[in-house]
Design a protein around this ligand. Sequence first.
Ligand code: CP
Ligand code: NVA
Length: 332
Amino acid sequence: MNLQGRDFLKEIDFTQLEFLYLIDLAIDLKAQKRERREVRRMVGRNICLIFEKTSTRTRCAFEVAAFDQGAQTTYLDGLSSQVGHKESIADTARVLSRYYDAIEYRGKTQSQVEELAEYSGVPVYNGLTDEWHPTQMLADFMTMIEHSGKRPNEIAFTYVGDARSNMGNSLLVTSALLGADIRIASPKQLWPAEDVQALARDLAEKNGGKILLTEDMDEALPGSDFVHTDVWVSMGESAEVWKERVELLGSYQVNDAALAKTGNPNAKFMHCLPGFHNEQTTVGREIAHKTGMHDGLEVTHDVFESPASVVFDQAENRLHTIKAIMVATIGD
Ligand code: CP
Ligand code: NVA
């Protein structure tokens, strides 16, 4: 499989076979690191990391993955660089391609990362936009494979919550690409946009995937191997939408009752993180006090901390999968 020089801007940049190859490579790289036999395939490479939104996992995963493989990184944000406010994306792409072997970009619109890739002479990786979160998808499917022992086309899972954002869109389309059985439980106003649904339906038909969009948790959850959720208000959205979102999603919290509805004693809980499950964050505390939701927002503290929760394995897999995408596209 040769993926040299390829961008990763959205999940469908890769075929099913290529996507699965990247997950298998990540599983191998994870074992190599654990057994202290990692082969460095990126010695002397330089990677530029542009973050116009905040990050813990994605940034650290790119940096550690690069260092593990012998590469160097530079971190740029909107304040300490010219990106966006003083220099266009097109000019930035042409400058950075003269220094770097690859560029990661986290920003607002998908069109920005697409423009960066158009003008860049080196691979560009989407580290999250409002529309897609493709590097997260490699980690999520790797985690589901590891915890279920199933291949993606044998996995059934439910995504509960705000489904018209990056995570809902990406989980829907990636499931369809890999032939999985995805159920989305969310109020209709928060379902993925029509064009995203159409793309997913088309892919699911070709790949033997199943899609259910419903407002009813009782319809979605039975038989699920995994229950995913995400924050109810994403980065870049106004704090004002919290009130409306809590009203819409309050009954879609992942709690013990929701997990029990899977009817599967082995069902696992997943969340891309960061997540609001207690009042130990400024936002979590403020929203809890305003709404009276004192037992977590999108997920209860009990579920988050329960043996069913695989969120930290999922977070760890960001490292191995991000390493896989870099090794495959710019490694020796
Ligand atoms: N899941 C994820 O992308 O986390 P960060 O925002 O911390 O990078
Ligand atoms: N939907 C979330 C994902 C964070 C990783 C956001 O965009 O803020």
